[in-house]
Each structure stands twice: as C-alpha cells, then as structure tokens.
Design a protein around this ligand. Structure first.
Ligand SMILES: NC(=O)c1ccc[n+]([C@@H]2O[C@H](COP(=O)([O-])OP(=O)(O)OC[C@H]3O[C@@H](n4cnc5c(N)ncnc54)[C@H](O)[C@@H]3O)[C@@H](O)[C@H]2O)c1
Length: 251
C-alpha cells in the first residue's frame, strides 16, 4: 500500500488522527495523494495508522502531541515543516467528550474541555494559516457537532459550548482568510459510529435509533465530506457549516 508522493503533493495535518473520524479522514486524504501528518495524544495509535497507510514510505508522519499544549503543537508543526512544508490543509478534529451536568461540572474540567475542543482550533489555525495565506492557497476544516448547534448535553455541556464556539471561530477565520485563497469551514456530525460515541454508552446508541436515516453515520462518510472541502472544488465554499447527521437537524 506504499504510495510514492509527488513533490507537489499537498500536506494535510489532521489532529485526533488516532481513531474515529480523524483516522478515516487521514486515510481518505492519503488515498487522494496528500502527504498526511497524523497528530494525536495517543502516539501508539498514530504510529499504527502510519504503518498501515504508508509502511516505510514518506507519505505519512506520526506526531504524538496534546493539542491542549501550545508548545507541543508548535514542536509537532516544526517537525512537519522540517520533513515537508507547513500544512496546506488543516483538519481540526481532536476533541473529547466529558459527560456531566451543567449544574455540577467542575470549573477546572470546564476549562480543560474548552482547551481541547475550542482553544486548540485557535492555536492550530494561528500556527498554520499564515503560511497558507502567503502561498495563496489553504484549507481549514473544523469538526463541530450537532450538540453545538442544538445544545444537546449527552457529550457534556462544556463539549457543546466548545463546539458552538468552533462554529463562530470558523466564521471569524473564514472572513480573515477569504481574500487569500484560504477557506475555513465547519463540519457538524452527529451519531457517527466511532470510539467516542461507543464510550457514551447505551444512551447514545438509543439516540441514534431516532435518526431519520435510521442508522448511525460512518466515519468514512464524514471523511468524504472533509475531502470535498479541502479539494480544489471547494474553493468557493467558506465560513459554512455542513450538517452530516442523518437528518437529525434540518434547517
Ligand atoms: N462521532 C460522532 O458522532 C461525533 C458527533 C459530533 C461531533 N464529532 C466530532 O468529530 C471529531 C472526531 O470525533 P470521533 O468520534 O472520531 O472521536 P474519537 O474519540 O473517536 O477520536 C478522537 C481522537 O482525538 C484524540 N484526542 C483527544 N484529545 C486530544 C488531545 N488533547 N490532543 C490530541 N489528540 C486528542 C483521541 O486520542 C482520539 O484519537 C471530534 O471533534 C468530535 O467532537 C463526532
């Protein structure tokens, strides 16, 4: 499965690439000829994905880093630049669920979830976008959530609040970068079959039964949408939110 990448191949950085939607997205982009930087706090998971996608090749790079830690993220980005160049494509996908009630979630936990799910979008985009802007071409896709649109709390009130913030930050960066060939969009999934949803337990599975399409989504389906947005054809789409939720939220 080794792919020899062309020198001009785009470099895509995917956070949270160790599993679920992030891994599916990285695999999809790799299959389309991107060089993929796989960033995750779970180093073993990204090493395994690199070995699966590109054993011994130079088309995939595994990076163990915590997106909460700006220094670690900066270090990972230095590595990407040393091996290839600053990413042309950034997929801000890393996030964590943290079930709990809005009445009793601890403030430290609130801040920690906001750091992972929202602040990381700020730090990663600020680090990657300047080179995209200079090049006059770039793509940023942020994984939001139906919970951030509707205020669902199954994954935690801080999770939902962070995802609402991701939607707004997407628009802010989209405006900043639109004139420079850089698009910034959000993808808002719900009930996609991944380890995160499995961890939420029977309530999440039961909620998925009421989805109009009648099944859970597949990570590969979300990856295909991200692939469209980061491709050449996505150049006129920016500041948008794409729902991918089996019809759970129609507007
Ligand atoms: N699965 C769904 O139904 C669903 C629904 C709505 C939104 N989303 C969003 O899609 C994205 C992917 O979700 P998923 O279901 O694949 O999640 P997942 O938990 O299956 O995978 C998330 C990955 O992110 C990594 N990660 C978590 N915290 C990190 C950190 N601090 N630094 C670096 N990596 C970190 C994890 O190790 C894991 O590999 C998330 O942004 C999530 O909020 C998913």
């Amino acid at each position: 499965m080794t792919t020899t990448t062309t020198p001009g191949a785009r470099v895509a950085l995917v956070t949270g690439a160790g599993g679920g939607i992030g891994a599916a997205t990285a695999a999809r982009l790799y299959g389309l000829g991107h060089r993929v930087a796989l960033l995750d706090v779970d180093g073993e998971a990204v090493n395994a994905l690199r070995d699966r996608l590109d054993p011994g090749g130079d088309g995939a790079l595994a990076l163990r880093a915590d997106v909460d830690d700006p220094d670690a993220v900066h270090g990972a980005l230095r590595e990407v630049r040393a091996v290839w160049h600053s990413p042309d494509v950034l997929v801000n996908n890393a996030a964590r669920t943290a079930p709990g009630s809005v009445w009793d979630v601890g403030l430290a936990e609130w801040d920690a979830v906001l750091a992972t799910n929202l602040r990381s979008v700020l730090t990663l985009t600020r680090l990657c976008a300047p080179a995209m802007r200079e090049r006059g071409w770039g793509r940023v896709v942020n994984l939001a959530s139906l919970a951030g649109q509707q205020g669902g709390t199954l994954a935690g009130p801080h999770y939902s609040a962070a995802k609402a913030g991701v939607l707004v930050l997407t628009k802010i960066f989209a405006r900043e970068l639109a004139a420079h060939g850089v698009t910034v969009n959000a993808v808002a999934p719900a009930a996609v079959h991944t380890p995160a949803v499995a961890r939420l337990g029977p309530a999440a599975v039961a909620a998925a039964r009421s989805v109009p399409v009648g099944r859970m989504g597949r990570a590969a389906e979300v990856a295909a949408l991200v692939a469209y947005l980061v491709g050449e054809d996505g150049g006129y789409v920016t500041g948008a939110t794409f729902d991918i939720n089996g019809g759970s939220h129609m507007r």
